[in-house]
Design a protein around this ligand. Sequence first.
Ligand SMILES: [Mg+2]
Length: 253
Amino acid sequence: MGAIYLFDVDGTLTAAKSKINPSFAADFFEWMGDKEVYIVSGGSFERIVDQIGVRILNQTEGVFACMGNIFYRNKRTLSKYSEWDKVYENKFTVKKPKLFFSELEREVMKSPYPIKTGQHYEVRTGMVNFSIVGCDATPEEREGYAIYDDLHRERLQIVERLKKKYKGIDFVIGGAVSIDIFNIGNDKSQVLNNYFKEQLKHRSVVFVGDRIEYPGNDYSLAQALRGYEKGQAIEVKSWKDTAALLKTIRFEV
Ligand SMILES: [Mg+2]
């Protein structure tokens, strides 16, 4: 039996928060044809559909959305349209939610970065997505913050500060501008325990992501996978790397 392939979305199959490049979409769809593919993304199911399109989505075996906090399995019915089974769903819990969210707001106020567009956190299934620049930022404004953050490592400092303060909660750098927040253990690595553990005994599982280095949001899954003889994690810098990767021998495991 061939390998099982897991793909991150933002920065791996698409540019962050963007739709997949049409010519890559066609190549990827064709590549998927005879393979078992799952999506493991920080985004919601709806956003993933919007980014990679229904055609690719229907060709996957399942979608782990919101950092693996909710899993939809493709029922593979004979109908033209896929039907999805919700297999499990987690909840994000924090002791004093009001205080916690005002702490996030304080981080926004404290940041010297001048452009703050509002809607700085979004509660998703089992997680919170947080950013200094805000959800309403234009692609140019997001790009501006990504450059600023590369230079000043602001997200890294916020992550370290909040981690010390909130013991049961984890904070990781996700996407181009945001920080993903969840209860410890409810990160992308949970997909192994929840779903792939048995299969890893006899099949290779390959994960492709762009944030495999600590404290990136692919780190936990990459680390956990590397603990298995049949696990493999590959880092890419963008979807263009992924496109090139699909053509290499190294990928054929
Ligand atoms: Mg990513």
